[in-house]
Design a protein around this ligand. Structure first.
Ligand code: EPU
Length: 342
């Protein structure tokens, strides 16, 4: 079944393909180097009726059992400059390129705009799915175009970022997971973007580095230091980053919570709602560092679910449900999982 650039494995073990390091199998795993073969592959009668799951590093997925379908991994990984002007550029990154490699490459070329997103695990193809974000910047701030294979139209298309329904950890790709396979992304970056150093901790980190006139690479380095300190690295302690999204609630509920819990962090949103800190609420409930068998909550960050060894996906999900119920009972707020739960 294999030829150069195409590897098909039946009953494939997915342990190494999800950063929570959960054991699970896929009916088929297809690793593909050249996406021009994708349409034919998906039309193959062996695969055409099966559910499809596209993965990169698997850094935002929880498998709760075996996947009776087709797991697709696109490995094309070129990064290139499509257009260069004096003050801005259009950069294209293929789905299989590591996101952090893209951040490093753009900074080396002197382009700024994604320095706050340094060290986010995963590949470029996954970036628009949940509109990755950190330290005050989201992919949607710089995303120009998403190149996709559209399974309904059976054609490759270029979608303008404005048509991708991007929101906080959300996109139309997330809402219609069966329809699109992301092939590449195009970003518009600046020669000298306005640096975003307002996020709590970032300015302090730059001060600790003794940098008072930071450039984009300094901001990236400060973000790397913060992330390494706060978040467990998946290769040391398997995890999928934030397991819960920060809930967005209406202003009245936010106000009554503020009256009851004056220390609760809240961030007003543009549309008169309020974003709450799921990590703060989960920490208040005593979950930080909690462990049930090998399933646990990170000792350093209450938003992160971790696998201390051989936790099953369903054990991790059971712990997540316990957290959700406890948050709802105490605060009247529903926290929703961020990763895709399979
Ligand atoms: N906090 C706690 N306890 C915790 C964690 C957080 O009290 O255990 C409170 C603190 O008050 C802190 C505030 O929450 O000041 C915000 O914490 P942090 O800066 O760590 O940010 P976060 O809201 O918990 C979000 C993203 C992260 C991203 C950071 C930094 C989500 C779901 N998570 O976390 O993204 O790195 O901001 O921008 O929006 C990810 O998506 O996988 C991820 C790691």
């Amino acid at each position: 079944m294999n030829k150069p650039g195409l590897q098909i494995t039946e009953h494939a073990e997915l342990h190494g393909l999800n950063t929570l390091a959960v054991a699970a199998r896929a009916r088929y795993l297809i690793e593909l180097d050249d996406p021009s073969g994708l349409a034919d592959l998906l039309a193959d009668p062996r695969f055409s009726g099966l559910p499809l799951l596209t993965v990169g590093e698997g850094s935002n997925i929880l498998f709760t059992g075996d996947f009776d379908g087709l797991v697709l991994r696109l490995n094309h990984a070129q990064i290139e400059l499509l257009d260069e002007q004096a003050d801005h550029a259009l950069i294209r990154a293929e789905a299989g390129a590591s996101w952090d490699a893209l951040v490093t490459w753009t900074l080396q070329q002197g382009w700024s705009g994604i320095e706050n997103l340094a060290l986010i695990p995963g590949r470029c193809g996954a970036a628009p799915i949940q509109n990755i974000g950190a330290y005050g910047v989201e992919l949607s701030d710089v995303l120009s175009t998403v190149e996709v294979y559209d399974r309904v139209e059976r054609a490759c298309r270029e979608l303008a970022a404005a048509d991708c329904g991007l929101g906080y950890r959300d996109s139309m790709f997330k809402r219609q997971p069966k329809r699109f396979v992301v092939l590449a992304i195009q970003l518009r970056l600046q020669r000298a973007a306005r640096l975003r150093t307002d996020y709590a901790g970032l300015r302090e980190e730059l001060a600790a580095m003794q940098i008072d006139q930071p450039g984009a690479s300094d901001v990236a380095e400060a973000v790397r230091r913060l992330r390494r300190r706060k978040l467990p690295q998946p290769d040391v302690l398997p995890n999928a980053g934030s397991f819960f999204k920060n809930p967005i609630v209406d202003a009245d509920l936010a106000q009554s919570l503020r009256a009851r819990y004056p220390a609760m962090p809240q961030w007003p949103t543009a549309d008169l709602h309020c974003k709450l800190s799921a990590g703060w609420m989960i920490e208040q409930l005593g979950f930080k560092g909690r462990r049930v068998g090998d399933a646990g909550i990170a000792p350093g960050h209450a938003l992160v679910l971790v696998n201390h060894g051989n936790a099953s996906g369903s054990a991790l999900l059971a712990l997540a449900r316990e957290v959700q119920d406890a948050v709802y009972t105490r605060f009247g707020v529903r926290v929703e999982p961020e990763p895709q739960i399979i």
